[in-house]
Design a protein around this ligand. Structure first.
Ligand SMILES: Nc1ncnc2c1ncn2[C@@H]1O[C@H](COP(=O)(O)OP(=O)(O)O)[C@@H](O)[C@H]1O
Ligand SMILES: [Mg+2]
Length: 323
């Protein structure tokens, strides 16, 4: 239900009074008063579209079906044109920006996609060489070929991650009731199945429900819980907790672990592609996971941030639309 806004009601009343005076007496004064009202409205957060509605209502009230005098029409065009210009300026700049982003995304998608074929060729022929020459090559040369193959495999992982990132920006967003608790539990089970040697304690709060794209929420938890899994590899009793808190009346979800943590000075950077704080030797990865997570959250209109300290675990907080 929308409640009538007192500011707007007041403005509406004063505006129609000013217009009535102006139409009745043709007074400059009334016109400039209405003009002032228009300027005031811009300061109170009443937008151009709403102001136009107020103007139309006032006209109807004052004139009924009669055509407005030219001076009233002209007044309106002049009084509001600065706002309309700004409004249009914003809209046009926004459209240009959106189209530039779309172009860039299409570009990065096709680049990533086109890099795959030559990479497959490099892998395949290196593999063939390694097999053909396995008796002729010394250990050093065999090691070189292994490194070429490992680098090609890593590049292939990077390309896959980039393609996923770009797919997330381009795909249509579904909106359904999503049970995040169930998704989190299933992600944890999957991780445990894949590596039965690891023991990860887990607590998942029940009934974490949002209105979102379930497929993307799954990718979000794959990445956040995957990170928790990875960065707790070297602690004694690794644990991950998934839950929510209430902050200023808003439900904020979190994924918390007791792993390696990081220095908060770098916290913002982690959400950009390819940014990693830990060495590849200690913890493997592409550095695209958190960029993907952020894009998923932002596509839903949510926010994401982190809290951590070196050696003290990490917590990733995010919001998604409530169900
Ligand atoms: N749970 C976590 N604990 C500690 N550091 C983390 C955690 N999650 C992310 N990070 C840091 O942020 C970086 C980027 O994360 P991400 O984009 O998922 O890349 P990746 O997992 O491939 O390294 C990681 O390399 C790590 O330095
Ligand atoms: Mg990751």
């Amino acid at each position: 239900m929308t409640r009538p806004d007192p500011k707007r009601a007041q403005l509406e009343h004063e505006y129609s009074t000013a217009l009535r005076d102006c139409v009745a007496g043709g007074g400059e004064l009334a016109l400039s008063h209405a003009y002032e009202l228009g300027r005031m409205a811009a300061g109170t957060g009443i937008g151009v579209v709403e102001l136009a509605a107020i103007h139309d209502n006032a006209l109807k009230e004052v004139l009924g079906d009669a055509a407005p005098p030219d001076e009233v029409d002209q007044f309106f065009a002049e009084a509001l044109s600065p706002y309309e210009m700004t409004h249009r300026g914003f809209r046009e700049a926004n459209e240009r920006l959106e189209s530039a982003v779309r172009e860039l995304e299409a570009f990065s998608y096709s680049v990533s996609h086109d890099l795959r074929a030559p990479l497959r060729t490099i892998s395949a022929f290196t593999q063939a060489l390694a097999e053909d020459l396995r008796h002729q090559l010394d250990e050093r040369s065999r090691d070189h070929l292994r490194r070429v193959l490992a680098a090609a495999a890593r590049m292939s992982d990077l390309i896959d991650a980039l393609l996923e990132l770009s797919r997330i920006s381009r795909s249509q967003l579904g909106r359904h009731r999503v049970d995040m608790s169930a998704i989190a539990v299933s992600v944890i089970e999957e991780l445990r199945r894949r590596d039965v040697t690891r023991r990860l304690g887990a607590t998942v709060a029940p009934d974490l429900i949002v209105e979102a794209d379930g497929r993307l929420v799954r990718i979000l938890f794959d990445n956040l819980i995957g990170n928790a899994w990875k960065f707790t590899a070297q602690v004694v009793s690794p644990h991950v907790e998934i839950g929510s808190i209430l902050s200023d009346g808003e439900q904020v979800f979190f994924v918390r672990d007791n792993g390696a943590g990081f220095d908060m000075a770098f916290a913002e950077r982690l959400f950009a592609p390819f940014q990693r704080l830990h060495s590849d030797r200690d913890y493997a990865g592409t550095g695209i996971g958190l960029a993907t997570v952020r894009r998923i959250v932002e596509r839903h209109g949510g926010r994401i941030w982190a809290d951590s300290a070196p050696g003290a675990g990490a917590t990733f907080y995010f919001t998604l639309p409530p169900a």
